[in-house]
Design a protein around this ligand. Sequence first.
Ligand code: UD1
Length: 382
Amino acid sequence: MHILHVVGARPNFMKAAPVLRALAAKPGVRQTLVHTGQHYDRIMSDVFFQELEMPQPDCNLEVGSGSHAQQTAAVLRAFEPVIIERKPDLVLVYGDVNSTIAAALVCAKLGFPVGHVEAGLRSRDRTMPEEINRLLTDQLSDLLFTPSPDADENLLHEGVDRSRIHLVGNVMIDTLVRLLPRSEQHLRANLAAPYILVTLHRPSNVDDLPWLRELLAALAELSQHLTVVFPVHPRTRERLSNLTTDAGSHPRLQLLDPQPYLDFLALQRGAALVITDSGGIQEETTFLGVSCLTVRENTERPVTITMGTNQLVGRDLQKLRKAAAEILREKLESGTNQGATESGRRESSSGMETQQQKCHIPLWDGHAGERIAEIILRCEPL
Ligand code: UD1
């Protein structure tokens, strides 16, 4: 059986890695890895291939950056001849980025079966480009691999046949479970706990410059109490370059380059609080039991809210300040989750069991990739 995987942007790599590994262990499976080149920098792409021990892509479409239409169209044009030449039995696409919908559309038009990993998530916010990508990719896919029961329900409501839906769990957590012990060697020197970790890259936050300025001012304010570590996504970096702020005059607001996977995992694990607009980070903090404030009005990952680790603060900075103050007061009083202290380092060899005991989400157990591999082989021929 010949399976072709398509990856393009940073969050795809963490999702594809466990599926590639699980399928590599199966006899009679041949795999091809196509990188669309949506993300292309060393820090946004290459370093993830190294750390996640992924095979080098068999081909890179080198589509690069552009508007949504340009980027999606570039993948459509470049991917079609690849599929026609390689004739896979199944194409696997991941998550909700522009490369995902483009690859699924090419396959559906040519009659190649598609499997969507991380199917069924819905924010119900169609102003998010990712929501459009999710809806359409799911409609075009033959196999829908879902991370949680809410995703199954969403798909059933949209009329997807139950036989196509497979609840397998969270592949991103597979990667986290595998690499969490290794992240211990990546604790950041000179970063004293407790600290706050921040990531922001959604257009709704960073493309609106007056709002971005306000957000940055709120982070600067928090940094008067606690170190704030902010790895800055390239999109955000570009927007910040158009903004006059006094962020540079706050020594405890540390703006860093985007971090490699293991460094970022170590940062998350040690954070007293994470402030983000990322989908994957809402899930990772839930698994790690780290408090998270999400600067969005909605989430396609409701399980992170019901588990109690994540809160939506939307565009309400008062809510952000209040929630942050409450979480930090609790953390500091109880002395928990204060990060990469020496005692934290000593305890960390047993950390894995502790994390898994804390996270009670069924099937977020490090084996989702293996379940996907089993199902694919069971469903053959598609
Ligand atoms: C994309 C995904 C988003 C995901 C995010 C993770 C879509 C619609 N969005 O958003 O869901 O959460 O990736 O990062 O697919 N750039 C670089 N180096 C790179 C790649 C991009 O400098 O390797 C810069 C370019 O200036 C580019 C900008 O980042 O214009 C944005 O990249 P793009 O791929 O358009 O979207 P992201 O914001 O990264």
